[in-house]
Each structure stands twice: as structure tokens, then as C-alpha cells.
Ligand binder design. Structure first.
Ligand SMILES: C[S@@+](CC[C@H](N)C(=O)[O-])C[C@H]1O[C@@H](n2cnc3c(N)ncnc32)[C@H](O)[C@@H]1O
Length: 274
């Protein structure tokens, strides 16, 4: 049975949604107030609060709030993803961009920067393995949600995660009834960690990457926040490296240091080589 949402008056909505945007990046418009109340209420109740204003004060000022922000992120994020999502872009990356980069250096680092429950990095690992590139690539995958990361580390997929399987996926996964498991070598090639994209230090702490895949997360941010996150990702890219965003997440309106390139019908943002 779902918990009845605690009241979220406009002034409390304003400060609470502002704090969430500041710390996690997610933007909630005023019209989304009932959705936000629904998602936040179970967290507030679990901590023993009967008002969302008290919960806000806890989040803003209490010493234990950092940990609670992680739980709150788990409750707020949208983890929608599936094996083979927006595959063309990843295929072109593997067939066109990676060979070019590998001509310049022996090993590459690819970072799936909002990997959700792991379907994206497993897809990338599978594509690389198909092409014999996996030994030359270090794969890092991160998300702000520990809950999503715990599932990603298991490498088990079912239901909607398998709804649009590319033909090659039978080489990447072992099927057992309605569940599929990533091949252990593919899963072992990915190192998972928690990174909040709005935290510049955490982003830079991942270390320089040749390719950053940051897809279908910027849609949840406002432009000012997207600009800041993209700047951090650009700083984390090696010169000449590529940023991949989702099909509906054009960065053209921001200008900046990344140049948009089209290859094989897919779009990529390239940091200038120095
Ligand atoms: C819709 S999923 C996209 C997954 C995958 N990249 C794809 O395209 O299928 C969005 C993911 O972004 C993550 N996310 C949201 N805010 C984030 C933040 N501030 N830092 C890192 N990840 C975040 C969510 O936890 C969620 O797993």
C-alpha cells in the first residue's frame, strides 16, 4: 500500500525543490509538486518526520544529511534504460571513433556517466568485445543512485531491460528463462562507482577519459545546470576526446569548447585536440 503524501505547500516546495536541484541537479517544475511530494514522503516518514518542512531542515542543516541525500536521490531518479538503447551511436563510436583514437594511443578510457542499472555499459562492453577492442579499453560506469549501481553490479536483466535486444546481444548475455545475465568477462571489464555529475570534484576525480557517454540524464536538468555539468565533463575529457549525449539532448545552444560532429548519422561532441 502506498503512503499518503505529506502536504507540500508552495513555499516548502520552492525551498525543497531548490535544494534538490542544487545537490542532485534534478529540476521539478511547480506543476510537479504532487509528484515530488509522493516521492519524498516515504523518506521523510522513514526518518520520523511528519512534515516536509522538517525534512527539508534536516536535509539542509543536519550532519547526517549527506547520507540521506543519497537515499533521496534513489527515490527521485528515473532509471529507465535498456540493452541496446540508441545503439547506432554506440556502434558508430565503436567502428569509427575508437579506431581513430586507438591509432594515437594504446589504451582508451570510456566512461558511462549515468549508467543506471548497467544496461548501457554492458552494451558498450559487448560491442567492444565483438570487435576485439575490449582488452584495449578501460570501462568505467557511474551513477548517482546507489540502488541503481547495486543492480548494475549484478549484471542481471529482465523485463523492459530486454525489450529491444539487438541481434548481437545473444553473444553478450546468457539467458535463463526470462532473465539474462551479462557474460562474466563483460561485467568484469566494467568498474562501477558512485559519481554525482553536479559535483565537479567527483567528476574530475574519475580521471581523464577519452570518451564520456552521458545519455538521457541531462533532460532532467535545467539549462544552467546542463551548462555546468557539460563543462565538468569537458574538463574530464582528454583533448580530442568525445562526449556522447542522448538523441534528444542537443548541446548546440550552449556553444562552448565542444564541437558537434556527425558520423554515420549519429552526433558526437568533440573536445579540441591540442
Ligand atoms: C534515464 S537513466 C539513463 C540511463 C542510460 N544512460 C541510458 O541512456 O539508458 C538516467 C540516470 O541518470 C542518473 N542521474 C540523475 N541525476 C544524476 C546526477 N546528478 N549524477 C549522476 N547520475 C544522475 C539517474 O540515477 C539515472 O540512473
Amino acid at each position: 500500500m502506498s503512503t499518503r503524501a505529506l502536504p507540500l505547500q508552495p513555499p516548502v516546495f520552492s525551498i525543497l525543490s531548490g535544494l534538490i536541484e542544487e545537490r542532485i541537479g534534478l529540476f521539478f517544475a511547480e506543476a510537479d509538486a504532487p509528484i515530488l511530494a509522493d516521492k519524498v514522503t516515504p523518506r521523510a516518514i522513514e526518518l520520523g518526520f511528519d512534515s516536509l518542512l522538517d525534512y527539508y531542515y534536516y536535509l539542509r542543516y543536519d550532519a547526517g544529511a549527506e547520507q540521506e541525500l543519497e537515499h533521496l536521490a534513489d527515490a527521485l531518479v528515473v532509471n529507465e534504460t535498456y540493452i541496446g538503447r540508441e545503439l547506432e551511436q554506440l556502434t558508430v563510436m565503436s567502428d569509427v571513433l575508437l579506431p581513430r583514437l586507438l591509432a594515437e594511443r594504446p589504451r582508451l578510457r570510456i566512461w558511462s556517466a549515468a549508467c543506471s542499472t548497467g544496461e548501457e555499459p554492458v552494451t558498450v562492453a559487448g560491442l567492444l568485445d565483438d570487435r576485439g577492442l575490449l582488452p584495449r579499453v578501460e570501462l568505467v560506469a557511474s551513477d548517482v543512485s546507489e540502488r541503481a549501481l547495486a543492480l548494475a553490479r549484478k549484471g542481471e536483466f529482465s523485463g523492459r531491460a530486454l525489450r529491444s535486444l539487438p541481434s548481437g546481444a545473444t553473444r553478450w548475455l546468457r539467458f535463463d528463462g526470462t532473465t539474462a545475465r551479462a557474460r562474466p568477462e563483460l561485467l568484469a571489464s566494467v568498474s562501477f562507482r558512485r559519481v554525482n555529475l553536479t559535483d565537479r570534484d567527483e567528476v574530475l576525480g574519475v580521471g581523464p577519459a577519452d570518451v564520456i557517454i552521458c545519455r538521457n540524464v541531462l533532460i532532467y536538468f535545467r539549462d544552467s545546470r546542463i551548462k555546468q555539468v557539460v563543462q565538468g565533463l569537458c574538463d574530464a575529457l582528454r583533448p580530442g576526446g568525445y562526449l556522447l549525449v542522448g538523441a534528444s539532448e542537443s548541446l548546440l545552444r550552449f556553444g562552448g569548447a565542444l564541437r558537434c560532429e556527425e558520423h554515420g548519422g549519429a552526433f558526437f561532441y568533440r573536445k579540441e585536440a591540442t
